[in-house]
Ligand binder design. Structure first.
Ligand code: FAD
Length: 429
């Protein structure tokens, strides 16, 4: 097992960091000012995207891209440090066409779209000419269990008709969002098993009956691209807008999440690294009671704990990326459990590391003058996004219990029973 990046990945990593320093950071204040003024996306975004594409820093995430599709074809392990670098600046991934939820949607379309669907949606997504959203969660049912979903799709002649309500749909308020990938319950699903009752439908945002009801603030934070509530009222699309097979939506949704979680976790680790870097710098520069904060034992402990926890988390995420790269050559259940584990670890990490950094910064840490408050809020949201911690812990536990069940009794030799004490074995030559 070797987590060292390939020479190409190393080179791209250096170029990406240099690009961010040279072109993105100088625009950071302008980005926030534009968003606050409601001028989203800021006018310079398209110029930065064009520049990134020209420099070959485009679609860095998808290993299975075809020869005629733009991108670098890095494996998951090689992409991970790039995601970490982009994570430091939350608006950076869009510049490189590596932003959620489009990355996950691109993966879905890449695997399951028909040639006509590829031409209509995948090509413009890979080109960065449009954005998309993934609509699964619903206000009326516990959406951490997608078998509950109630938005229905029924077949009517050559059409599919959708009705229901979705919410927290990230990206749906982006002015360039043209496509919703909607996970629905099949109206004729009564006899299908709970994992074969759902289908995915490609719904253009401007289809009559689609209504963006509101952009829901998250912990009072207003995301310009939106986490939207969407009403679908008798939304009618042609039957060829079905993505994949009828009834295969649940399995496709599961497949979508693996690489996306590695991306999220590595971006989180990037934010934690930045938080630690800022905190350590502040601790060295700020003096209280006659000495720098960095001389206080508790501050040193916070810094050390953050360093240790970030490095532990990174290794775990890289291992998950490596497992994903191995595909079916490794135990797929182990990969799933590992991907579930990193989601829990990264979200918790972000809250702890950023919380310590905010404390070191004092009141400034809670202001918008540093990225810490936004990072901390995001860390809290991460504990629910893509499924709550508890559901991921359940997956990890189930895998572990399955392994234990398969090898029940294997570790019995480690017991020290009264029988063994009474009759210890004798070594024979
Ligand atoms: C910022 C943000 C962005 C999001 N973006 C999207 C998006 O783009 N598309 C989309 O479809 N959804 C999105 N979501 C929604 C997110 O996926 C759901 O909130 C999540 O899956 C949980 O569903 P729920 O809110 O219905 O919670 P529920 O399913 O009602 O669960 C509530 C709580 O019950 C507990 N629980 C549930 N199951 C178990 C279990 N098995 N064991 C123990 N406890 C359990 C957990 O503590 C959980 O937090 C987003 C959410 C946020 C906050």
């Amino acid at each position: 097992m070797d987590f060292a990046p390939s020479p190409l990945a190393r080179q791209l990593h250096e170029r990406l960091l240099a690009f961010m320093d040279r072109y993105l950071l100088p625009y950071n204040a302008a980005w926030h000012a534009a968003v606050q003024a409601g001028d989203y996306p800021p006018p310079f975004l398209e110029d930065l995207k064009a520049l990134a594409r020209e420099e070959g820093l485009w679609n860095l995430f998808l290993p299975t891209l075809r020869e005629d599709e733009p991108g670098t074809r890095l494996c998951h392990l090689d992409y991970a440090p790039l995601a970490e670098a982009m994570g430091r600046l939350p608006w950076a991934p869009e510049v490189f066409n590596c932003h959620a939820p489009d990355t996950g949607n691109i993966e879905l379309l890449h695997r399951f779209a028909t040639p006509a669907q590829r031409a209509a949606w995948l090509v413009p997504l890979l080109g960065g000419q449009m954005r998309s959203a993934f609509a699964m969660s619903e206000p009326d049912v516990a959406s951490s269990d997608p078998t509950n979903l109630q938005t229905t799709v029924r077949r009517e002649g050559d059409d599919l008709v959708l009705s229901g309500r979705k919410w927290f749909i990230t990206g749906a308020a982006h002015p360039h969002c043209r496509l919703l990938i909607v996970l629905c319950r099949n109206a004729d699903a009564d006899h299908a098993s709970s994992h074969h009752r759902h289908s995915m439908v490609l719904v253009p945002v401007d289809t009559p009956g689609v209504q963006i009801v509101r952009n829901i603030p998250v912990l009072h934070h207003h995301a310009p691209e939106g986490h939207c509530e969407i009403l679908l009222q008798g939304v009618r699309v042609p039957a060829h807008h079905l993505l994949g097979a009828w009834g295969a939506g649940f399995a496709m949704a599961q497949a979508r999440l693996g690489p996306g979680r590695v991306h999220h976790c590595m971006r989180t680790i990037g934010q934690c690294e930045l938080a630690l870097q800022l905190a350590a710098g502040r601790a060295l520069e700020r003096t209280a009671f006659g000495k720098p904060l960095a001389d206080q034992a508790n501050v040193q402990e916070w810094i050390a704990e953050s360093r240790i926890e970030i490095d532990q988390a990174r290794l775990l995420v890289l291992h998950a990326a490596w497992l994903l790269d191995q595909g079916s050559a490794v135990d797929v259940q182990q990969t799933r459990a590992q991907v579930a584990a990193i989601k829990v670890v990264a979200a918790r990490l972000q809250q702890r590391v950023v919380d310590r950094a905010m404390q070191i910064f004092g009141a400034m840490g809670l202001s918008p003058d540093t990225p810490l408050a936004a990072f901390w809020t995001w860390g809290r949201a991460l504990r629910l996004m893509d499924g709550p911690d508890e559901v991921h812990l359940r997956s990890v536990a189930r895998h572990e219990l399955d392994r234990a069940r398969a090898g029940l009794g294997d570790a019995a030799a480690y017991f020290t029973t009264p029988e063994q004490l009474r009759a210890p074995p004798h070594l024979s030559a």
